[in-house]
Ligand binder design. Sequence first.
Ligand code: SAH
Ligand code: SF4
Length: 328
Amino acid sequence: MERGGRAFHARILRREVLERGTLKYEAMTGLPDRLRESLSRDLPVLGLVELARSPSKDGTCKLLLGLAEGEGSKAQSIETVHIPPLSRKAQSGATLCVSTQVGCPVGCPFCASGKAGLVRNLRADEILEQYLHGRALGAIARSVVMGIGEPLLNFDALLAALTIVHKEMGIGARKITVSSVGFPERVRRAALARPPFQLAISLHTAFDEERAALVPAMAKTPIEEVLSAGDFWFETTGREVTYEVVLLAGLNDTLQHAEELGRRLAGRRATVNLIPFNPVVDGDFQRPEGQRVDEFRELVENAGVVARVRWSRGLESDAACGQLRLRN
Ligand code: SAH
Ligand code: SF4
């Protein structure tokens, strides 16, 4: 180290930041004074800068984090959402929702994240730092990789970051869920790596033509191939897949949709999460009524498939993922 630090100082620093959550050099008393002074002069502990904070009444807090870009290129930003438990008794810590890309190339028409396409993949350190910013708002017990971007299109960086989150920040593999549109080859590759997370696949509909419109980057991939990649994930990792369906009023929320979904998933070891649509800025889509959502869930369950409804929180501040970034 040119600052006069030793290799074991780097280990101390790593432990302070990752295990103890110390984000100020002054507080890292295991390091020599001279080294702490030198580091605090010109090397920030975190590279991502908090640009905006958007708290909701229910305790959810969305962070807009700025990325340090090279000279000449425009500064970019991503979102991270800290979601505390609804009741203190029920759970010990918050859920953190993190991003994996700046923008998204998949282009789902109901999603704010894809509106401007993909700018770039996040690096592993940029994915990891979201956990450090998030933990500063309160302890994290679980995490969902459901922010901006398609995680399996940036798998190497994601795996490197989540391995550290799991091993050094102590979040259990069963408490981390990665949500993907389910590119079959990428799901298989991920399964073989036995990564420290659970998999959720955004299916949205059991009809191929409709899925082509709702998940444009997968227009040429039949749903059957997505499901068999999901089966491969289960056989390889022993962890069940969760299939997600964003319910859009009058589109994919009809009773025929529920029946077809149940039919396709019947007999598979899988769970369905129904997510009533969050209205996005200038959106063409609508959220279904609660009663329709309940009927939909019952029909899926009639096929012998476990289905849950997930109403999203943090609605009154900046609704669905990608919106804070879009607004800025
Ligand atoms: N790209 C990945 C992960 C990020 S999106 C994926 O699509 O799975 C995480 C989840 O939020 C997905 O299931 C996505 O369909 C859903 N989502 C996106 N926009 C939404 C909105 N406006 N309302 C409700 N859910 C939304
Ligand atoms: Fe990308 Fe997921 Fe949004 Fe689709 S829903 S545009 S895959 S972030």
